[in-house]
Design a protein around this ligand. Sequence first.
Ligand code: SAM
Length: 268
Amino acid sequence: MKIDILTIFPDFFRGPLDHGIVRRAREAGLAAIEIHDLRAFAHDRHRTVDDRPFGGGEGMVLKPEPIFECIEGLNIPSRTERLAPGAKQSVVLLSAQGQRFDQRIAEELATLERIVLICGRYEGVDERVGQHLADRELSIGDYVLSGGELGAAVILDTVTRLIPGAVGNEASTRQESFTVTQAVEAGGANSTCASGGLLDYPHYTRPADFRGLQVPEVLVSGNHEEIRRWRRRTALEKTLRNRPDLLEAAALGAEDKELLARITGKEN
Ligand code: SAM
């Protein structure tokens, strides 16, 4: 199996790669793991990989160009091919808003020939990466990490030990916690909550037009009230789509309830 990791902190992986089962799997040629420094794909002398968010707000957002360009150089099938049934490659974005990673997903990933893990940083990754480049978003739990590197290390470790031959006594991995041996249950999508118990809204940064993919017009309108409403609505939509269970406990105001009714088509 080949595992590629995209990060702005390549040295982070020295530890996870150089110990135990992962190290043995690499040495035995069972897992080929390559770390890609996203700053190598920046185009300015400061090797800039982040920028301010459109629409204003705190923090910085990882730009789309270095991530797209790095993945385009990996010689992997197109996203359409990767999303087709039976595909053997997958591009994963580490995100607190993703589907929750569990043993069932680890087993699914371990059947692939290649997985690519994209590590976010700052306030997150430009939304176009999740929408148009990655095949899926995975979270390692309902909490917010400073970056995707720890999550990538968790997935790397969990999947590598499922590669046949990686663990000395293979039967032991079949008996471990969480291993699904009978029917595979339908897994729920999980992630972390932000702003009153909802998932975060989508983030975008420059360029406003990236390969024809436009930033939503409202974010460049300068109308702060419309931006606020757009963010609340998209956060509600994403929560409804990925973690409807969070809505029950979320602190929803009258405006939220009205937006939600409109989204679900249950308005009076
Ligand atoms: N603004 C984001 C939110 O509220 O969901 C949090 C961004 S976090 C500070 C920066 C990066 O860390 C994310 O882009 C993601 O790659 C990674 N990250 C944070 N929490 C994670 C988790 N629970 N699982 C996987 N990756 C995580």
